[in-house]
Design a protein around this ligand. Structure first.
Ligand SMILES: O=c1ccn([C@@H]2O[C@H](COP(=O)(O)OP(=O)(O)O[C@H]3OC[C@@H](O)[C@H](O)[C@H]3O)[C@@H](O)[C@H]2O)c(=O)[nH]1
Length: 365
Protein backbone atom coordinates (compact mmCIF):
# COMPACT_ATOMS: atom_id res chain seq x y z
CA UNK A 1 0.00 0.00 0.00
CA UNK A 2 1.33 3.41 -0.89
CA UNK A 3 1.77 6.24 1.55
CA UNK A 4 0.66 9.83 0.96
CA UNK A 5 4.03 10.43 -0.68
CA UNK A 6 3.31 7.75 -3.30
CA UNK A 7 0.04 9.26 -4.41
CA UNK A 8 -0.54 10.65 -7.87
CA UNK A 9 1.17 13.97 -8.45
CA UNK A 10 -1.91 16.13 -8.98
CA UNK A 11 -5.62 15.76 -9.45
CA UNK A 12 -5.69 18.42 -12.12
CA UNK A 13 -3.00 19.03 -14.68
CA UNK A 14 -3.12 22.76 -15.48
CA UNK A 15 -0.97 22.11 -18.57
CA UNK A 16 -3.36 19.54 -20.06
CA UNK A 17 -2.60 18.98 -23.73
CA UNK A 18 -6.26 19.68 -24.63
CA UNK A 19 -5.86 23.26 -23.37
CA UNK A 20 -8.67 23.02 -20.80
CA UNK A 21 -6.38 22.55 -17.82
CA UNK A 22 -6.71 26.10 -16.46
CA UNK A 23 -10.53 26.03 -16.75
CA UNK A 24 -10.77 22.66 -15.04
CA UNK A 25 -8.41 23.81 -12.31
CA UNK A 26 -10.45 26.97 -11.70
CA UNK A 27 -13.70 24.95 -11.46
CA UNK A 28 -12.06 22.45 -9.13
CA UNK A 29 -10.81 25.28 -6.85
CA UNK A 30 -14.29 26.84 -6.79
CA UNK A 31 -15.92 23.58 -5.77
CA UNK A 32 -13.47 22.40 -3.14
CA UNK A 33 -12.58 23.66 0.31
CA UNK A 34 -9.64 26.13 0.23
CA UNK A 35 -7.46 23.82 2.32
CA UNK A 36 -8.02 20.84 0.02
CA UNK A 37 -4.65 19.61 -1.30
CA UNK A 38 -4.41 19.01 -5.02
CA UNK A 39 -2.43 15.83 -4.57
CA UNK A 40 -5.06 13.70 -2.93
CA UNK A 41 -7.41 11.59 -5.09
CA UNK A 42 -10.81 10.64 -3.74
CA UNK A 43 -12.23 8.02 -6.06
CA UNK A 44 -15.78 6.74 -6.31
CA UNK A 45 -16.34 3.36 -7.98
CA UNK A 46 -19.97 2.50 -8.69
CA UNK A 47 -20.49 -1.22 -9.13
CA UNK A 48 -17.30 -1.74 -7.13
CA UNK A 49 -18.46 -5.08 -5.70
CA UNK A 50 -18.81 -6.64 -9.14
CA UNK A 51 -16.35 -8.60 -11.22
CA UNK A 52 -14.62 -5.72 -13.04
CA UNK A 53 -15.42 -3.14 -10.34
CA UNK A 54 -13.69 -5.08 -7.59
CA UNK A 55 -10.53 -5.58 -9.65
CA UNK A 56 -10.53 -1.84 -10.29
CA UNK A 57 -10.96 -1.13 -6.56
CA UNK A 58 -7.96 -3.37 -5.83
CA UNK A 59 -5.85 -1.43 -8.30
CA UNK A 60 -6.91 1.97 -6.92
CA UNK A 61 -6.39 0.89 -3.32
CA UNK A 62 -2.95 -0.50 -4.20
CA UNK A 63 -2.10 2.90 -5.70
CA UNK A 64 -2.95 4.51 -2.35
CA UNK A 65 -6.11 6.42 -3.26
CA UNK A 66 -9.10 7.05 -1.01
CA UNK A 67 -11.74 4.77 -2.46
CA UNK A 68 -15.50 4.80 -1.98
CA UNK A 69 -17.08 1.59 -3.26
CA UNK A 70 -20.77 2.04 -4.06
CA UNK A 71 -22.87 -1.01 -4.83
CA UNK A 72 -26.44 -2.24 -4.37
CA UNK A 73 -25.17 -5.85 -4.23
CA UNK A 74 -27.78 -6.84 -6.83
CA UNK A 75 -25.11 -8.87 -8.61
CA UNK A 76 -21.91 -7.88 -6.76
CA UNK A 77 -20.76 -9.56 -3.55
CA UNK A 78 -19.03 -8.52 -0.33
CA UNK A 79 -16.51 -11.32 -0.76
CA UNK A 80 -15.05 -9.38 -3.68
CA UNK A 81 -13.90 -6.55 -1.43
CA UNK A 82 -13.67 -8.09 2.03
CA UNK A 83 -9.89 -7.75 2.08
CA UNK A 84 -10.22 -3.95 2.20
CA UNK A 85 -12.73 -3.78 5.06
CA UNK A 86 -11.20 -1.82 7.93
CA UNK A 87 -8.57 -0.15 5.75
CA UNK A 88 -8.46 3.60 6.50
CA UNK A 89 -8.53 4.52 2.79
CA UNK A 90 -11.56 2.34 2.08
CA UNK A 91 -15.26 2.93 2.50
CA UNK A 92 -18.14 0.87 1.16
CA UNK A 93 -21.69 2.13 0.76
CA UNK A 94 -24.71 -0.01 -0.02
CA UNK A 95 -26.54 2.21 -2.44
CA UNK A 96 -28.55 1.94 -5.64
CA UNK A 97 -27.32 4.44 -8.24
CA UNK A 98 -30.87 5.03 -9.45
CA UNK A 99 -31.10 7.25 -6.33
CA UNK A 100 -28.83 10.32 -6.02
CA UNK A 101 -25.65 9.97 -3.98
CA UNK A 102 -23.61 12.85 -2.62
CA UNK A 103 -19.91 12.84 -1.75
CA UNK A 104 -16.90 15.02 -2.41
CA UNK A 105 -14.83 13.16 -5.00
CA UNK A 106 -12.23 13.78 -7.72
CA UNK A 107 -12.85 10.74 -9.91
CA UNK A 108 -16.00 8.75 -10.66
CA UNK A 109 -15.64 5.36 -12.30
CA UNK A 110 -19.23 4.54 -13.23
CA UNK A 111 -19.49 0.78 -13.70
CA UNK A 112 -22.76 -0.03 -11.93
CA UNK A 113 -25.06 -2.22 -14.04
CA UNK A 114 -25.67 -5.97 -14.31
CA UNK A 115 -23.47 -7.07 -17.24
CA UNK A 116 -24.36 -10.69 -17.90
CA UNK A 117 -27.21 -10.95 -20.43
CA UNK A 118 -28.98 -13.36 -18.04
CA UNK A 119 -28.81 -10.79 -15.24
CA UNK A 120 -29.60 -7.68 -17.25
CA UNK A 121 -32.63 -9.32 -18.89
CA UNK A 122 -33.88 -10.59 -15.49
CA UNK A 123 -35.22 -7.17 -14.50
CA UNK A 124 -35.06 -5.21 -17.76
CA UNK A 125 -36.73 -2.06 -16.43
CA UNK A 126 -34.31 -1.94 -13.55
CA UNK A 127 -31.40 -2.34 -15.98
CA UNK A 128 -32.68 0.53 -18.10
CA UNK A 129 -33.20 2.71 -15.02
CA UNK A 130 -29.70 1.88 -13.80
CA UNK A 131 -28.23 2.95 -17.13
CA UNK A 132 -30.33 6.07 -17.47
CA UNK A 133 -31.04 7.35 -13.94
CA UNK A 134 -27.80 5.93 -12.53
CA UNK A 135 -25.72 7.70 -15.16
CA UNK A 136 -27.73 10.89 -14.74
CA UNK A 137 -27.12 10.86 -10.98
CA UNK A 138 -23.40 10.24 -11.38
CA UNK A 139 -23.00 12.91 -14.06
CA UNK A 140 -24.88 15.30 -11.76
CA UNK A 141 -22.38 14.48 -9.04
CA UNK A 142 -19.49 15.04 -11.46
CA UNK A 143 -20.98 18.38 -12.48
CA UNK A 144 -21.33 19.55 -8.88
CA UNK A 145 -17.94 18.36 -7.63
CA UNK A 146 -15.93 18.95 -10.80
CA UNK A 147 -14.89 15.27 -10.66
CA UNK A 148 -13.71 13.52 -13.78
CA UNK A 149 -16.28 10.92 -14.85
CA UNK A 150 -15.59 7.65 -16.66
CA UNK A 151 -18.47 5.68 -18.17
CA UNK A 152 -18.03 1.93 -18.55
CA UNK A 153 -19.91 1.49 -21.80
CA UNK A 154 -19.94 -1.69 -23.82
CA UNK A 155 -19.34 -3.39 -27.15
CA UNK A 156 -23.09 -4.04 -27.07
CA UNK A 157 -23.64 -0.47 -28.33
CA UNK A 158 -22.70 -1.91 -31.76
CA UNK A 159 -25.57 -4.44 -31.49
CA UNK A 160 -25.33 -7.18 -34.14
CA UNK A 161 -22.62 -5.39 -36.11
CA UNK A 162 -22.47 -5.07 -39.86
CA UNK A 163 -19.00 -3.54 -39.66
CA UNK A 164 -16.27 -5.92 -38.59
CA UNK A 165 -14.05 -5.46 -36.62
CA UNK A 166 -15.92 -2.69 -34.85
CA UNK A 167 -14.43 0.81 -35.00
CA UNK A 168 -15.59 3.58 -32.69
CA UNK A 169 -17.06 5.56 -35.61
CA UNK A 170 -19.53 2.76 -36.37
CA UNK A 171 -23.06 3.71 -35.20
CA UNK A 172 -24.14 0.13 -34.62
CA UNK A 173 -27.05 -2.09 -35.54
CA UNK A 174 -29.27 -2.24 -32.48
CA UNK A 175 -32.85 -3.40 -31.98
CA UNK A 176 -34.46 -0.78 -29.75
CA UNK A 177 -37.41 -2.97 -28.72
CA UNK A 178 -35.72 -6.33 -28.15
CA UNK A 179 -34.87 -8.25 -24.99
CA UNK A 180 -31.27 -6.95 -24.99
CA UNK A 181 -32.32 -3.31 -25.51
CA UNK A 182 -32.47 -2.49 -21.80
CA UNK A 183 -28.69 -2.95 -21.79
CA UNK A 184 -27.51 -1.93 -25.25
CA UNK A 185 -29.91 0.98 -25.71
CA UNK A 186 -29.46 1.80 -22.02
CA UNK A 187 -25.70 2.11 -22.50
CA UNK A 188 -26.20 4.08 -25.72
CA UNK A 189 -28.40 6.55 -23.82
CA UNK A 190 -25.75 6.68 -21.07
CA UNK A 191 -23.10 7.60 -23.66
CA UNK A 192 -25.39 10.27 -25.11
CA UNK A 193 -25.94 11.73 -21.66
CA UNK A 194 -22.21 11.76 -20.89
CA UNK A 195 -21.47 13.66 -24.09
CA UNK A 196 -24.38 16.08 -23.51
CA UNK A 197 -23.13 16.84 -19.96
CA UNK A 198 -19.70 17.37 -21.48
CA UNK A 199 -20.93 19.74 -24.22
CA UNK A 200 -23.54 21.57 -22.16
CA UNK A 201 -21.93 21.72 -18.71
CA UNK A 202 -18.25 21.09 -19.43
CA UNK A 203 -18.17 17.87 -17.38
CA UNK A 204 -14.81 16.17 -17.82
CA UNK A 205 -15.82 12.77 -19.25
CA UNK A 206 -14.16 9.58 -20.43
CA UNK A 207 -16.03 6.81 -22.25
CA UNK A 208 -14.74 3.29 -22.79
CA UNK A 209 -16.55 0.53 -24.68
CA UNK A 210 -15.69 -2.70 -22.93
CA UNK A 211 -15.69 -5.91 -24.96
CA UNK A 212 -16.18 -9.38 -23.45
CA UNK A 213 -14.01 -9.70 -20.36
CA UNK A 214 -13.24 -12.76 -18.23
CA UNK A 215 -11.08 -13.78 -15.31
CA UNK A 216 -11.00 -14.63 -11.61
CA UNK A 217 -14.03 -13.56 -9.52
CA UNK A 218 -16.61 -14.02 -12.25
CA UNK A 219 -19.67 -15.49 -10.65
CA UNK A 220 -19.81 -19.17 -11.51
CA UNK A 221 -23.47 -19.10 -12.49
CA UNK A 222 -23.64 -15.60 -13.95
CA UNK A 223 -24.66 -17.03 -17.31
CA UNK A 224 -21.84 -15.68 -19.47
CA UNK A 225 -20.10 -18.07 -21.75
CA UNK A 226 -16.60 -18.25 -20.23
CA UNK A 227 -17.85 -18.64 -16.65
CA UNK A 228 -20.48 -21.16 -17.80
CA UNK A 229 -17.94 -23.32 -19.66
CA UNK A 230 -15.34 -23.28 -16.87
CA UNK A 231 -17.96 -24.01 -14.18
CA UNK A 232 -19.49 -26.79 -16.29
CA UNK A 233 -16.10 -28.41 -17.02
CA UNK A 234 -15.20 -28.42 -13.31
CA UNK A 235 -18.48 -30.16 -12.48
CA UNK A 236 -18.12 -32.55 -15.44
CA UNK A 237 -21.35 -31.22 -16.97
CA UNK A 238 -21.79 -30.70 -20.74
CA UNK A 239 -20.64 -27.33 -22.10
CA UNK A 240 -23.75 -25.51 -23.32
CA UNK A 241 -23.45 -23.85 -26.73
CA UNK A 242 -26.33 -21.59 -27.79
CA UNK A 243 -27.18 -21.81 -31.49
CA UNK A 244 -24.64 -23.31 -33.91
CA UNK A 245 -21.67 -21.97 -31.92
CA UNK A 246 -20.24 -20.17 -34.94
CA UNK A 247 -20.94 -16.73 -33.46
CA UNK A 248 -17.70 -15.04 -32.44
CA UNK A 249 -16.48 -13.06 -29.46
CA UNK A 250 -13.11 -11.57 -28.47
CA UNK A 251 -12.17 -12.21 -24.85
CA UNK A 252 -10.06 -9.82 -22.79
CA UNK A 253 -8.41 -10.80 -19.52
CA UNK A 254 -9.62 -8.61 -16.62
CA UNK A 255 -6.12 -7.44 -15.64
CA UNK A 256 -5.52 -6.08 -19.13
CA UNK A 257 -8.86 -4.33 -19.10
CA UNK A 258 -8.22 -2.61 -15.74
CA UNK A 259 -4.95 -1.23 -17.08
CA UNK A 260 -6.85 0.22 -20.07
CA UNK A 261 -9.59 1.74 -17.89
CA UNK A 262 -7.11 3.45 -15.55
CA UNK A 263 -5.03 4.75 -18.47
CA UNK A 264 -8.18 6.15 -20.05
CA UNK A 265 -9.21 7.95 -16.86
CA UNK A 266 -5.78 9.56 -16.54
CA UNK A 267 -5.54 10.47 -20.22
CA UNK A 268 -6.71 13.72 -21.80
CA UNK A 269 -9.09 11.98 -24.23
CA UNK A 270 -12.85 11.74 -23.89
CA UNK A 271 -13.17 8.70 -26.17
CA UNK A 272 -15.17 6.66 -26.81
CA UNK A 273 -12.38 4.10 -27.07
CA UNK A 274 -12.82 0.36 -27.51
CA UNK A 275 -11.12 -1.75 -24.84
CA UNK A 276 -10.89 -5.43 -25.64
CA UNK A 277 -8.66 -8.19 -26.93
CA UNK A 278 -8.82 -8.48 -30.73
CA UNK A 279 -8.26 -12.28 -30.64
CA UNK A 280 -11.54 -13.59 -32.10
CA UNK A 281 -12.98 -17.05 -31.40
CA UNK A 282 -16.17 -18.93 -32.22
CA UNK A 283 -17.99 -20.45 -29.25
CA UNK A 284 -17.08 -23.88 -30.60
CA UNK A 285 -13.39 -22.87 -30.52
CA UNK A 286 -13.78 -21.54 -26.98
CA UNK A 287 -15.38 -24.82 -25.90
CA UNK A 288 -12.46 -26.73 -27.45
CA UNK A 289 -9.96 -24.55 -25.55
CA UNK A 290 -11.75 -25.24 -22.27
CA UNK A 291 -11.95 -28.96 -22.99
CA UNK A 292 -8.26 -29.13 -23.81
CA UNK A 293 -7.24 -27.24 -20.67
CA UNK A 294 -9.66 -28.87 -18.25
CA UNK A 295 -11.41 -32.02 -19.29
CA UNK A 296 -11.12 -33.61 -22.74
CA UNK A 297 -14.05 -35.92 -22.07
CA UNK A 298 -16.63 -33.32 -21.20
CA UNK A 299 -19.49 -33.26 -23.71
CA UNK A 300 -20.89 -30.36 -25.69
CA UNK A 301 -24.64 -29.75 -25.65
CA UNK A 302 -26.28 -27.51 -28.27
CA UNK A 303 -29.17 -25.36 -27.05
CA UNK A 304 -31.38 -22.87 -28.95
CA UNK A 305 -29.83 -19.49 -29.78
CA UNK A 306 -30.95 -16.53 -27.67
CA UNK A 307 -32.86 -13.66 -29.37
CA UNK A 308 -30.82 -10.86 -30.97
CA UNK A 309 -27.53 -12.59 -30.11
CA UNK A 310 -24.78 -10.70 -32.00
CA UNK A 311 -23.23 -12.99 -34.60
CA UNK A 312 -19.73 -11.54 -34.49
CA UNK A 313 -17.74 -9.21 -32.33
CA UNK A 314 -14.14 -8.06 -32.46
CA UNK A 315 -12.71 -4.73 -31.33
CA UNK A 316 -10.57 -2.48 -33.43
CA UNK A 317 -8.26 -1.06 -30.73
CA UNK A 318 -6.16 1.30 -32.86
CA UNK A 319 -7.31 4.31 -30.84
CA UNK A 320 -6.51 2.79 -27.44
CA UNK A 321 -3.12 1.67 -28.80
CA UNK A 322 -2.32 5.11 -30.19
CA UNK A 323 -3.68 7.40 -27.49
CA UNK A 324 -3.35 5.25 -24.36
CA UNK A 325 -0.35 3.20 -25.43
CA UNK A 326 -2.40 0.21 -24.34
CA UNK A 327 -2.90 -3.26 -25.68
CA UNK A 328 -3.84 -6.55 -24.04
CA UNK A 329 -0.94 -8.78 -22.98
CA UNK A 330 -2.60 -11.94 -21.64
CA UNK A 331 -3.50 -14.67 -24.14
CA UNK A 332 -6.79 -16.57 -23.86
CA UNK A 333 -4.91 -19.72 -22.90
CA UNK A 334 -3.00 -18.01 -20.07
CA UNK A 335 -6.04 -16.07 -18.81
CA UNK A 336 -8.17 -19.19 -18.77
CA UNK A 337 -5.57 -20.91 -16.60
CA UNK A 338 -5.81 -18.11 -13.98
CA UNK A 339 -9.57 -18.27 -14.09
CA UNK A 340 -9.72 -22.06 -13.83
CA UNK A 341 -7.46 -21.96 -10.77
CA UNK A 342 -9.69 -19.34 -9.13
CA UNK A 343 -12.89 -21.28 -9.90
CA UNK A 344 -11.38 -24.52 -8.56
CA UNK A 345 -10.23 -22.83 -5.34
CA UNK A 346 -13.63 -21.25 -4.77
CA UNK A 347 -15.61 -24.40 -5.57
CA UNK A 348 -13.37 -26.52 -3.33
CA UNK A 349 -13.67 -24.00 -0.48
CA UNK A 350 -17.44 -23.99 -0.82
CA UNK A 351 -17.65 -27.77 -0.95
CA UNK A 352 -15.46 -28.01 2.15
CA UNK A 353 -17.65 -25.47 3.98
CA UNK A 354 -20.81 -27.38 2.99
CA UNK A 355 -19.28 -30.68 4.12
CA UNK A 356 -18.30 -29.15 7.47
CA UNK A 357 -21.82 -27.78 7.90
CA UNK A 358 -23.42 -31.14 7.10
CA UNK A 359 -21.06 -32.88 9.50
CA UNK A 360 -21.94 -30.40 12.23
CA UNK A 361 -25.66 -30.76 11.61
CA UNK A 362 -25.45 -34.57 11.54
CA UNK A 363 -23.31 -34.58 14.66
CA UNK A 364 -25.67 -32.28 16.48
CA UNK A 365 -28.74 -34.21 15.31
O1 LIG B 1 -23.52 -21.07 -21.89
C1 LIG B 1 -23.43 -20.26 -22.83
C2 LIG B 1 -23.50 -18.86 -22.64
C3 LIG B 1 -23.40 -18.04 -23.76
N1 LIG B 1 -23.20 -18.56 -24.99
C4 LIG B 1 -23.00 -17.70 -26.17
O2 LIG B 1 -21.73 -17.08 -26.02
C5 LIG B 1 -21.74 -15.78 -26.59
C6 LIG B 1 -21.27 -14.79 -25.54
O3 LIG B 1 -22.28 -14.69 -24.56
P1 LIG B 1 -22.05 -13.93 -23.17
O4 LIG B 1 -23.33 -14.11 -22.42
O5 LIG B 1 -20.81 -14.38 -22.51
O6 LIG B 1 -21.80 -12.42 -23.56
P2 LIG B 1 -22.42 -11.46 -24.70
O7 LIG B 1 -21.34 -11.26 -25.69
O8 LIG B 1 -23.72 -11.96 -25.21
O9 LIG B 1 -22.71 -10.14 -23.88
C7 LIG B 1 -21.67 -9.48 -23.19
O10 LIG B 1 -21.13 -8.53 -24.05
C8 LIG B 1 -20.13 -7.67 -23.57
C9 LIG B 1 -20.39 -7.13 -22.18
O11 LIG B 1 -20.79 -5.78 -22.20
C10 LIG B 1 -21.28 -7.94 -21.31
O12 LIG B 1 -20.47 -8.69 -20.44
C11 LIG B 1 -22.24 -8.85 -21.96
O13 LIG B 1 -23.35 -8.11 -22.26
C12 LIG B 1 -23.17 -15.54 -27.08
O14 LIG B 1 -23.23 -15.82 -28.44
C13 LIG B 1 -24.00 -16.56 -26.32
O15 LIG B 1 -25.15 -16.98 -27.00
C14 LIG B 1 -23.12 -19.93 -25.17
O16 LIG B 1 -22.95 -20.43 -26.31
N2 LIG B 1 -23.24 -20.73 -24.08
Amino acid sequence: MGTDGDKKEAVIDPQRPDGHGQDVLATWRQRNAPNRPLTHLRVLVTGGAGFIGSHLVDRLMEEGHDVILLDSLFTGTKTNFKKWLGHPNFEWVRHDVTEPYYAEVDRIYHLACPASPVHYKYNAIKTLKTNFLGTMNMLGLAKRTGARFLLASTSEVYGDPEVHPQVEEYFGNVNCIGVRSCYDEGKRAAETMAFDYHRQHGVDIRVVRIFNTYGPRMVENDGRVVSNFVGQAIKGEPLTIYGDGLQTRSFCYCGDLIEGIVRMMESSHTGPFNLGNPGEFTMVELAEHVRRLMNKDVEIKYLPATPDDPMKRQPNIDKAMKYLDWEPKVSLEEGLKYMIEDFRTRIEARNAANAAMTEKETGEG
